[in-house]
Design a protein around this ligand. Structure first.
Ligand code: AHR
Length: 505
């Protein structure tokens, strides 16, 4: 099988926003407790933060982390998580039917984010609370001092403001499962008023309004349009969330799910631009895809099945090679929308549908899906090139003809390096790829790295075998007369790194 693409320096989609490589830490299951934070663990630092998880987070290249939820935030009182730990109350977490000790809160998160070298992205509770509590949290976090709340932060050991720029106005407010769910009109007005008040506290904030919880919501489309009718001028971004899984052992269909993500983004862009047109506004709202991942949701009994534990093992999905390849297609889909998607967060970071797994008192390890994320975060830099792609297809319901090749390329303007990311969706056949590279200078192959099924798409990493699945170097790729030639193994994620030929070489 053969596929080809043509790239030209003259045809670009947009610049890769570094905030596309975000993740998500929610007070849910073992993401925080025994995930990123475990006082007493042999790897814990003086603040109780797991150094092994911090190290993996940095290695993964995560640039931004959304916190503290998720559904959790819609019942959260941020004040519970600040001040002396021994005075913090334990509370019922109604979203996940767990007990929240509040041992980890805002200061601990900011301390963790600094060590992880990530930008914090905070969500405010617009479920059970409103503009006042959101403004209070922002004043506590970002105001330099001289007021009751900013001085309280100082008294709690943080003299300098946290300077948190990016804020989510609630979470999934259209979902009937959400604490304090709203109609589109109710939420649109609330988002507008909350944004107005928050901007008065700190005019430098960037605000994200909630889009639909998923593309399959009955109100998808009209929710976005109505919400933005109310708050279009006050917000900077609109959120999208999507989780996918394999249905009825239809691996070919699962491998095509990025086509749904692609259509979802296009539809949201069309909807937000429709609102702009109605308002005669030149503003082009950006998108925040702040929850995305593979989640084997049908295996989850839901919060109803929980019994008020402290750190229950919630949705600790184990990912195989196929899931890693699929995650690679989501990353490429986000990159292909670099003109409108500025922020994205894989959900979540540790244990809960996560690339990093830990055991309490035990090791931390990389799941298969860690690897495509780490590759994209490290090598997708500069401009996303608009490729013309020609690929064989296969049929998969409900997508129709699915290209066997999924690919995207970026070019770093500073170094001249070009990285081609490519997935071969075929389960049994290698794919021969040629890529014509126009106007990109003389390039040579640096390396071809692949994460491939190698005959078994179901291989996973475990505590006992943490590196059973890992990327390997592939042979044979080369650039000849400005054309890249490579062979992509069956069911594989690939990174082809090209660099300018050095003078004299
Ligand atoms: O990431 C798990 C949950 O999925 C989040 O709490 C919620 O926002 C989404 O429905």
């Amino acid at each position: 099988m053969q596929a080809r693409f043509t790239a030209s320096a003259d045809f670009t989609i947009g610049v890769v926003d570094r905030r596309l490589f975000g993740s998500f830490v929610e007070h849910m299951g073992r993401c925080v407790y025994t995930g990123i934070y475990e006082p007493g663990h042999p790897e814990a630092d003086e603040a109780g933060l797991r150094k092994d998880v911090l190290e993996l987070t940095r290695e993964m290249g995560v640039t931004l982390v959304r916190y503290p939820g998720g559904n959790f935030v819609s019942g959260y009182r941020w004040e519970d998580g600040v001040g002396p730990v021994e005075q913090r109350p334990s509370r019922l977490d109604l979203a996940w039917r767990s007990v929240e000790s509040n041992a980890f809160g805002l200061h601990e998160f900011i301390g963790w984010a600094r060590k992880a070298q990530v930008e914090p992205m905070m969500a405010v509770n617009l479920g059970t609370r409103g503009p006042q509590e959101a403004a209070d949290l922002l004043e506590y976090a970002n105001h330099p001092g001289g007021t009751r709340l900013s001085d309280l932060r100082r008294a709690h050991g943080s003299p300098d403001p946290f300077g948190i720029r990016l804020w989510c106005l609630g979470n999934e407010m259209d979902g009937p499962w959400q604490l304090g769910a709203k109609t589109a009109d109710e939420y649109g007005r609330l988002a507008n008023e909350t944004a107005k008040v928050m901007r008065l506290v700190d005019p430098t904030v960037e605000l994200v309004a909630c889009g639909s919880s998923m593309r399959s919501m009955a109100t998808f489309g009209s929710w976005e349009a109505t919400v933005l009718d109310h708050c279009f001028e006050q917000v900077d971004l609109l959120s999208l969330h999507a989780y996918y899984e394999e249905h009825d052992q239809d691996l070919a269909g699962f491998l095509a799910t990025a086509l749904d993500m692609d259509a979802f983004i296009d539809e949201v862009v069309a909807t937000v631009d429709h609102v702009a047109a109605k308002k005669r506004s030149p503003k082009r709202l950006r998108l925040s895809f702040d929850e995305w991942n593979v989640w084997f949701q049908r295996a989850f009994a839901g919060p109803e099945a929980q019994t008020w534990e402290d750190e229950p093992r919630l949705i600790e999905d184990t990912y195989d090679v196929a899931a890693a390849v699929v995650v690679g297609t989501y990353l490429m889909t986000l990159l292909r929308h670099a003109d409108r998607v500025s922020v994205a967060c894989q959900a979540q970071l540790a244990n809960v549908i996560a690339p990093i797994r830990t055991e309490p008192g035990g090791p931390a390890w990389r799941q298969t899906i860690f690897h495509p994320f780490a590759h994209a975060a490290r090598f997708a830099r500069g401009d996303v090139l608009r490729l013309a792609v020609s690929s064989p297809t296969y049929a998969a319901e409900p997508y129709g003809d699915v290209p066997v090749l999924d690919t995207v390329a970026t070019r770093d303007g500073e170094t001249g390096e070009v990285t081609v990311f490519a997935v071969n969706r075929d389960l049994t056949e290698p794919l021969s790829l040629t890529g014509a590279l126009h106007g990109l200078g003389r390039l040579d192959l640096v390396e071809h790295v692949t994460l491939a099924a190698d005959g078994d798409a179901r291989r996973v990493n475990t505590r006992e075998q943490p590196d059973a699945v890992r990327p390997r170097r592939a042979d044979g790729a080369r650039v000849v007369d400005g054309v890249l030639h490579a062979t992509l193994p069956p069911l594989s994620w690939n990174v082809l790194r090209l660099a300018p030929v050095r003078r004299g070489a």
